[in-house]
Design a protein around this ligand. Structure first.
Ligand code: PBG
Length: 327
């Protein structure tokens, strides 16, 4: 009988040796908390498909941002839900619109202690729910949308965002936003490009979170789940247009894309663990089918192991609390 010469199990024998030899560990600094603010709320409203996540009032958003900053979380990504929508999403550009006001509020609450990021996209603000304006034939008009993104980006920068996250998957969006920012004197504001964003069924709960008006889908502008090579093309284009960071979204069903992008990107790579990923784990845990905390930690660690340097997750605050406790 021959016994193995190599015994990897030695390095698994105690918690201390596992900790010593771990190849990856999470830290609050790399986490970004996505947060929703809804116009006119005096109390936060729970999002039923995302237990534990709310549409914030302005007061609770500020509190959540302060808490995140106190825990050493890296950033916050803001999404706004307006009281009134129209065909061109004008509330997204209005300096007094819900998102721009929230950016200013959060900035005055936490200053530079947290990287304040905002969603540059029209879908929360249009009455048809698409990420851009529609042409006469009902298709999303790429170039007309770019002009609005440029205005929206400048408004968000004026409001105090540090990083802008264009998520609409219009061709040329990063370049147009970069030059609009530069022309407005915002050379220091960064662009986190949603470079490889797929048309995903897992965005379902987000649609509830923002009261989306969308009836169809986004397959004419977001990427097809079948495609891998195309993600690198999208990233390449965004880099040429001046992206400061690039993002892959969703995360868990696209870890091959995260790894591919991490292998080629000269700039930081982010991944967004989206609403449906959150909802699946919460639902299974609520049924007692999986261990909630271990599943959350494993899911986020997996995204990091794949190569993401920045992770957007709705569990950012809770994870940071656990990381602090285990120190
Ligand atoms: C578009 C946007 C979406 C998400 C982030 N930005 C929705 C979509 O593309 O349909 C989804 C995030 C999530 O599901 O958690 N503004």
């Amino acid at each position: 009988m021959s016994f193995p010469q190599h015994r990897p199990r030695r390095l698994r024998s105690t918690p201390a040796i596992r900790r010593l030899t771990a190849e990856n560990r999470l830290s609050p600094a790399e986490l970004v908390l996505p947060a929703f603010i809804r116009e006119g709320l005096t109390e936060p409203v729970p999002i039923s498909s995302m237990p534990g996540v709310v549409q914030h009032s302005s007061a609770t958003l500020k509190r959540a941002a302060a808490e995140a900053a106190g825990l050493g979380i890296g950033g916050i990504m803001l999404f706004g839900i307006p009281a009134h929508r129209d065909a061109t999403g004008s509330a997204g550009i209005d300096p007094d619109g819900v998102l721009n006001r929230a950016i200013a509020d959060v900035r005055s609450e936490v200053g530079d202690a947290l990287v304040i990021m905002s969603d540059v996209c029209l879908d929360e603000f249009t009455d048809h729910g698409h990420c851009g304006v529609l042409a006469d034939d009902g298709a999303v008009d790429n170039d007309a949308t770019l002009e609005l993104y440029a205005q929206m980006a400048v408004a968000q920068a004026n409001a105090g965002a540090h990083v802008l996250g264009p998520s609409g998957m219009m061709d040329g969006q990063v370049g147009v936003i970069r030059s609009a920012l530069d022309d407005a004197g915002h050379q220091e504001i960064s662009v986190l490009a949603y470079a490889a964003k797929y048309a995903s069924a897992f965005y379902g709960p987000f649609r509830e979170a923002v009261d989306s008006q969308l009836t169809g889908d986004r397959r004419t502008y977001q990427m097809d789940a079948a495609n891998r090579r195309e993600a690198l093309h999208e990233v390449q284009l965004d880099l040429e247009e001046g992206a400061d960071m690039v993002m892959v979204k969703p995360a868990m069903s696209y870890l091959d894309i995260v790894a591919d992008v991490a292998a080629m990107s000269p700039v930081p790579v982010a991944a967004y663990q989206i609403s449906g990923e959150y909802a699946m784990i919460e639902a299974a845990a609520a049924n007692g089918w999986i261990d909630r905390r271990r599943s959350i930690e494993e899911s986020v660690l997996g995204i990091k192991r794949a190569g993401a340097q920045i992770i957007l997750t709705y569990w950012a605050t809770e994870l940071a609390t656990w990381l602090k406790e285990s120190k």
